[in-house]
Design a protein around this ligand. Structure first.
Ligand code: ARG
Length: 456
């Protein structure tokens, strides 16, 4: 097959080089957006009389036929034609003859590939945003449903203070809300049309970039032709937003893995979302969560790849940039797969209220409440902390709970204690007194849920 750029060369490309430089085996994924971009470009060329209108019509018809061939699986992509762009253009010329040779007027693969990737990512970003949105809804619904479940909150993975399960779940809601913002911002940056930058400096032909942008639904046209073909910061934004999202999913996964262990026993994962062991018949493993945790690693890897690929490229286009596609595609697949599986699993998770409550009763979780009780009685916080610390040590040494101490015992640590101390040590009381904005009091969590619903 003759290459479109063969004119300048005396020798045929070596097979080994063809195989090495080809990207069609992965970038064929951009075919739909490549055709969409080419159709808009052809319309613009026709409207501007840069090419005869009848040729533009032929091109559009030919491209629509190619689209059907690809959809039905009849189209043959070939490595010899390097990438998706040349494969489609070659097929067009074969199909409609010399008119097809006019499509690439005032265009380079440099602005074409930037366009295709933006079009592709724009669609995928919208899907990812809607998946995150679903996830947020699921979390808010669970928070409302399980408003009466109490659990230990942790720091250093040591029991710290009692919280509502709903409060814990809504922590993830907030993270995902910021994730969604990051993806929306990425969509904004991606939604800029690079076509018309041509190789890197623009074109001498009288193109109408705004018209093409309008046809393709872009809100903006890129302002500098060199920037438009050289930069992939929208890809970096996408990979970085994805990495942060995966950090959040991975933490949730890690918690669920811990919580479904016999040691915690806080949740039971649905059978349909668990896997078994080929040797140990009793096993029920949280592989979905483990894979989510594991897959975060590959997304971070893609971000580092892209940062490294970009960082030393002199302006403008360099072939290194072809290495951007696989990280993007794999990240899209990974993020969508993780979100989809978690979103569908979450409502089926069983929360073990009794186990969680029991874990909250053990471990002196209301010690901070005792210190704050003393503060309210006028004791400076540092002294209150010290006094409570001694009471805690006494409890540990005598195998007692704080609620198991008598008033006389309390008085030995501080005279400021009174019989109302017992109330403040109750887990329920502790939770419901945390009424500071954003705290775990039921009232406050219900307010948060209400606010979330109003935002919808
Ligand atoms: N396949 C190439 C890429 O993905 C398309 C652009 C090639 N341009 C060039 N001048 N070689 O980056």
């Amino acid at each position: 097959m003759k290459k479109p750029w063969a004119g300048r060369f005396a020798e045929k490309t070596a097979k080994i080089v063809e195989a090495f430089t080809a990207s069609v085996h992965f970038d064929k994924r951009l075919w739909r957006h490549d055709i969409e971009g080419s159709i808009a470009h052809a319309k613009m060329l026709g409207k501007q009389n840069i090419i005869p209108q009848k040729d533009a019509n032929l091109i559009i018809k030919g491209l629509n036929e190619i689209k059907k061939e690809i959809e039905s699986g009849k189209f043959k992509f070939s490595d010899e034609l390097e990438d998706v762009h040349m494969n489609i253009e070659h097929a067009l010329i074969k199909k409609i003859g010399p008119a097809g040779g006019r499509l690439h007027t005032a265009r380079s693969r440099n602005d074409q590939v930037a366009l295709d990737l933006r079009l592709y990512l724009r669609d995928e970003l919208k899907e990812i945003i809607s998946l995150i949105d679903n996830f947020r809804e699921v979390l808010a619904a669970l928070a409302e449903k399980y408003i009466d479940i109490i659990m230990p909150g942790y720091t250093h993975l040591q029991r710290a203070q009692p919280v509502l399960l709903s409060h814990h779940l809504l922590a993830y809601y907030e993270m995902l809300k910021r994730d969604e913002e990051r993806f929306r911002n990425c969509l904004k940056i991606t939604n800029v049309m690079p076509l018309g930058s041509a190789a890197m400096s623009g074109t001498t032909l009288p193109i109408d970039r705004k018209y093409t942008a309008k046809l393709l639904g872009f809100s903006e046209v890129s302002c500098n032709s060199m920037d438009a073909v050289a930069d992939r910061d929208f890809v970096l934004e996408f990979l970085s937003a994805s990495s942060v999202l995966m950090v959040h999913l991975s933490r949730l996964a890690e918690e669920f893995i811990l919580w479904c262990s016999s040691e915690f026993g806080f949740i039971e994962l649905p059978d349909a979302y668990s896997t078994g062991s080929s040797i140990m018949p009793q096993k029920k493993n949280p592989d979905v969560m483990e894979l989510t945790r594991g897959k975060s690693g590959r997304v971070f890897g893609h971000l580092v790849s892209m940062l490294t690929i970009q960082k030393w490229l002199p302006l403008t286009y360099n072939r290194d940039m072809q290495e951007d596609k696989e990280p993007v595609f794999d990240t899209v697949d990974t993020v969508k797969a993780c979100l989809s599986v978690i979103v569908s699993m979450m409502p089926k998770v069983k929360f073990n209220k009794t186990r969680m409550a029991k874990a909250t009763e053990e471990g002196l979780l209301t010690a901070t409440d005792l210190a704050e009780y003393l503060v309210k009685k006028g004791v400076p916080f540092r002294d209150a902390h010290e006094i409570t610390g001694r009471a805690v040590r006494y409890c540990i040494e005598n195998n007692k709970a704080l609620t198991g101490l008598t008033l006389n015992e309390f008085k030995q640590f501080s005279n400021a204690t009174d019989k109302d101390v017992f109330r403040c040590l109750k887990v329920n009381e502790s939770i419901n007194r945390k009424t500071s904005f954003g705290g775990t009091a039921t009232k406050e969590v219900l307010r948060a849920i209400k606010q979330i619903k109003n935002e919808k």
